[in-house]
Design a binder for this molecule. Structure first.
Ligand SMILES: [Zn+2]
Length: 383
């Protein structure tokens, strides 16, 4: 992140049921570390780093005093921090192995936050996810890069095969969203946000027509990869693992432009670290159906959207409890009907489109195919 990013950030801490939303400043007791001199990086030659980039720091809230770390350039704006660190520390360990150890004071801060939330002495500090999850994360990142950055295929599938058909389909919820922006005549510029940005592909698209774009994700590993691709920090990412079959991959090059007008944060979509009405466009693809609290996610996206601003939503029919919350005993509207109802509490529905294919290639022989429901809404109130 850059220091001037701090002007945009509001503390996401909750204090006795009230959001804090005060500003953040570098914590005076902790060094602000800049990107180091050229470091060995297996995947790509090192580009000169932006001199204003911060690699590591501690940020402190001027209101409630809560502190948040910046790790390898990624601000982790999650509160409470301890439980998050305990379930995601394996990702940070992996990042340290690839990019160099954190400063000793940073490690001490992280360890203290985790110890603060131990249920009992001598229990497990790290809550490791299942080994399957750890193994599949890199595959999801690879699939995300395939999907968003579309590197040219290295070999063709047999004509007429399902695989050839699936790889040839140009439609996607993200493509539909960009086509909508183009045909709707909405003015370019303004600040935009994507909640659940994964490896940052749609943030790249939005950055072409926005003054600045934030991508927010709860996964530290994907936020770091998104920053590497867009900002080249801590080192540029120019190759990815293309999975041939489940555990056999080849390293393939891909190209993506540098984006100075974009940045990536780790934060919850239900506790966004921004003030009210901060964005003119807020997008979210396929997050509401997996979020712990779909209602809180939709409400907080509406909060940070300015009146007259555009809400872009895509979902598949996969809500866990959302439809039940609305209707009880499965008698309520369909999941995407429930999403639409909720959207219309704050937004005027502009357009919707159903059955938009969302196709991701997980490996050479495995595709994930969903049909998305896309919604576009405009927040009510005077701009
Ligand atoms: Zn605060």
């Amino acid at each position: 992140m850059r220091l001037d990013t701090l002007r945009d950030i509001a503390c996401p801490a909750d204090r006795e049921g009230r959001p804090c939303r005060a500003g953040l400043v570098p914590d005076g007791s902790h060094p602000v570390l800049r990107p180091r001199a050229p470091a060995p990086c297996a995947s790509a030659p090192r580009a000169p780093a932006d001199g204003d980039e911060i690699l590591e720091a501690l940020l402190a809230c001027t209101g409630c005093g809560t502190r948040y770390p910046v790790l390898l350039g990624v601000p982790v704006l999650v509160e409470p921090l301890g439980p998050y660190l305990r379930t995601h520390y394996y990702q940070m360990e992996e990042a340290q192995q690839a990019h160099g150890e954190f400063d000793a004071r940073t490690r001490r801060f992280l360890t203290e936050r985790m110890l603060d939330t131990m249920e009992r002495p001598h229990g497990d500090l790290f809550k490791r996810p299942g080994i399957t999850h750890v193994d599949r994360d890199p595959q999801y990142i690879s699939a995300g890069i395939e999907f968003h950055y579309r590197p040219p295929p290295t070999e063709a599938y047999p004509p007429g095969s399902v695989a050839a058909h699936l790889t040839g389909i140009p439609d996607s919820p993200q493509g539909e969203a960009m086509a909508y922006l183009a045909r709707s005549g909405r003015p370019a510029g303004g600040r935009a946000l994507e909640v659940g940005c994964h490896v940052g592909g749609f943030v790249h698209d939005l950055a072409r027509r926005s003054s600045f774009v934030y991508g927010v994700d709860l996964c530290f590993r994907t936020a770091l990869v998104a920053r590497q691709i867009a900002k080249g920090v801590p080192c540029p990412k120019g190759t990815y693992s293309a999975y041939e079959v489940s555990d056999v991959s080849v390293e393939r090059p891909f190209r993506a432009d540098t984006r100075r007008n974009a940045d990536f944060l780790v934060a919850s979509g239900a506790r966004l670290p921004f003030g009210d009405g901060f964005f003119s466009t807020v997008a979210c693809f396929h997050v509401s159906e997996v979020a712990d609290d779909g209602l809180a996610l939709l409400d907080d996206m509406a909060r940070v959207l300015q009146p007259g601003g555009l809400q872009v939503l895509a979902s598949i029919d996969g809500f866990r409890d959302f439809a039940r919350m609305q209707g009880g005993n499965g008698a309520g509207p369909s999941p995407h009907g429930a999403l639409k109802d909720r959207l219309q509490r704050t937004c005027r529905l502009l357009e919707e489109k159903d059955n938009i294919p969302w196709i991701r290639r997980n490996s050479r022989r495995s595709f994930m195919v969903h049909m998305s429901h896309c919604l576009w809404g405009e927040k009510r109130g005077a701009p």
